[in-house]
Design a protein around this ligand. Sequence first.
Ligand code: ADP
Length: 398
Amino acid sequence: MAPSVQSSSASNSSAKTNIGIIGGGQLAWMMGPAAQKLGLALQIQTPSKDDPAVAIATQTELGAIQDVAVTRTLASHSDVITFENEFVDLAALDSLAQSGVTFAPALSSLQPLLDKFDQRSYLQKQNIPVPQFIALESIPESDRPSWQNPFGFPVVLKARRLGYDGQGTSVIKTAEELKSVLDREGFAPFLLEAFVPFERELAIMAARSSSGNIVTYPVVETKQENQVCAWVLAPAAISKEIEQEVAAIAQRILTGLNFVGILGVELFQTGNQVQVNEIAPRTHNSGHYSLDACATSQFEQQLRAVSDRPLGDASLTVPAAVMVNLLGYESARSDYSSQREQLAALPNAHLYWYGKAESRPGRKLGHVTLNLTSADRITQRQEAEQAIAAVHQIWPTA
Ligand code: ADP
């Protein structure tokens, strides 16, 4: 099943039309209607024929995300290759880039981002605020027996690569707990960082075209539960100053990386301070609301940027919107048709069901966006809370 289709078309004779996408999950699936609108053919590389985007792809190359031989085949019928999943083997992809394959974003733009330690180090060098951090394996062997965590407790331990939805991230409360993790795992490729007692988590989507134009989406508030995104409120109830600072950070990141495409920046807000937690170099869960609440969705925007089309208007078309993730709460093979019907019948609701074959606790199975009507940000926050509660009357939390 494809996401709902919008009408009208925009074409540009010099622009690219065959778009290769590495990854075939829900993020690629949600590009389907935008591709149709823009007259683009989407070819995907994904491991399983059951993956959501197989349904909207004009061609599917089955294979692991890291399998560069499969990407070579994908490239043979694509004008450009972009990403819905960044768990790629950059060194292997570089051989394709050397032989003339175009990637958007370029591999050099992704290079500093794929490892959480490299990403933090890159941002710090750009003078963009980040939590304090160290790479555990950088601590000399001789110092390890007497080594003390410099950040106090709680402290956050993160796998440097391949983490998502909080997998690979743990909040450690005591020295004993940290010692037992280090005894078990060694000073392996971990990032250790100060726990930020944030007031709110914020996020922003921002896109940059090949000619260097940038558009930024509204700053949103995100709520993580058990380190997985539970809901997103657009726009966030924050001051103009913070809004401008977050947009400026996103612009600096895009320009500094010479990035072509779309990226999501996740941040912690504590009083007047913001710190970047993470950059996702692709569309992101915190931008799903844009499908139903912005003039141009994040999915259309990515396709516009990577196919050399002009970027679209990223502003809200409604006063506010809240997106609630539908996370698996059991291991099952149900299509939850009755709950889906009830969710779709909520006021101003837009339901997306990713069509995954299996449900597991915490797995993202779909989302619902509810457009809100209140005019001011305080009331929007209250209206959002009621809308989230209405969703959870129908869809339990894990
Ligand atoms: P992932 O890459 O798996 O999404 P993140 O690094 O973004 O993992 O962390 C997931 C969530 O864990 C964050 O959204 C936040 O709620 C919490 N978290 C991560 N790092 C910190 C930190 N340094 N201080 C406080 N909370 C954190």
